[in-house]
Design a protein around this ligand. Structure first.
Ligand code: PMP
Length: 285
């Protein structure tokens, strides 16, 4: 909420939380010209901070929107924001957007690109599902083709169907929704990547129409280091029946077991528990 104490970094200065505002003619509000990051700071250190800053700049490039800050400057902005809010364990939200300016229409090269960083305390993203296993709905919305939208960008426009999917899921008593992609392959949840376990091996979608999450890449590395086979492959609805375990990965979600997707059920098994514990150790090390 906006009326509270705290500081938000905006375009190079720390402003009071309640004064961190934009104009109604902000291009991003009309045309979704904004990109963002989601990061977690553990014990005063942001996990994979530089990778997140690099992805933010890359997301901007993919939207033909040059963010006028360097990785080092973004790193410093995040540090200053955490310090100003006295937080060592927090969620970190950098946001870049095209602002208001001479251009009121779709094309807006002359409008400035802004950057802000907000931080706040955010516990387990899926609440106690983290232990019991989350219940997922199956979304009616499909992740779009890479020819429709730049799927590798963490861009606001990609989240419109995520919000609608998650609202529908919550209305049915689910924590989140799993989305298929435009081809009918299993894609991801609305803010997390998805993994399955069967016969001691792990299966996860090829990241060609989804966000290749930083947590996803970390977890694949952890599994392979343990000698566990990870298949990045096409997963169809018919495959869900055969999987024993399922879990989600993401900065906010961390590693969250899934107990149910639609009518398919999964056990919260040993491998899922082990990876969740290992990830927790890694981010705090
Ligand atoms: N997919 C989507 C749609 C997301 O919003 C997120 C969260 N950023 C992820 C996957 C996971 O990405 P990461 O591990 O980089 O947080």
């Amino acid at each position: 909420y906006d009326d509270r104490d705290g500081k938000i970094w905006m375009d190079g200065t720390l402003v009071d939380w309640r004064d961190a505002k934009v104009h109604i003619l902000t291009h991003a509000l009309h045309y979704a010209s904004s990109v963002f990051e989601g990061e977690r700071c553990y014990n005063g250190k942001i996990f994979k901070s530089v990778e997140h800053s690099q992805r933010l700049l890359k997301s901007g490039e993919l939207l033909d929107m040059t963010i006028p800050w360097t990785v080092d400057q973004i790193e410093e902005a995040k540090r200053l924001t955490l310090e100003a809010n006295g937080l060592r364990d927090a969620y970190v939200r950098p946001l870049a957007w095209r602002g208001s300016g001479e251009d009121m229409g779709v094309a807006a090269k002359r409008n400035p690109v802004h950057l802000a960083v907000a931080v706040w305390e955010w516990g387990a993203y899926y609440g106690d599902a983290k232990f019991k296993g989350a219940k997922l709905d199956i979304s009616k919305w499909k992740r779009p083709s890479p020819e429709t939208i730049p799927h590798a960008a963490k861009a606001a426009g990609l989240y419109m169907i995520c919000t609608m999917s998650k609202h529908a899921a919550e209305a049915k008593g689910c924590s989140d929704a799993m989305m298929f992609d435009y081809r009918g392959y299993v894609a991801e949840a609305t803010g997390a990547n998805i993994f399955f376990v069967k016969g001691g091996e792990v299966f996860t979608p090829i990241p060609d129409a989804i966000l290749n999450g930083i947590t996803r890449q970390t977890v694949i590395g952890m599994l392979r280091t343990k000698g566990i086979t990870v298949h990045e492959c096409r997963i169809e609805a018919a495959d869900l029946e055969g999987f024993e375990q399922c879990f989600l990965t993401g900065t906010a979600a961390e590693v969250t077991p899934v107990g149910q997707i639609g009518d398919y059920t999964f056990e919260v098994g040993a491998l899922t528990r082990e990876i969740a514990t290992d990830y927790e150790k890694l981010v705090r090390s």
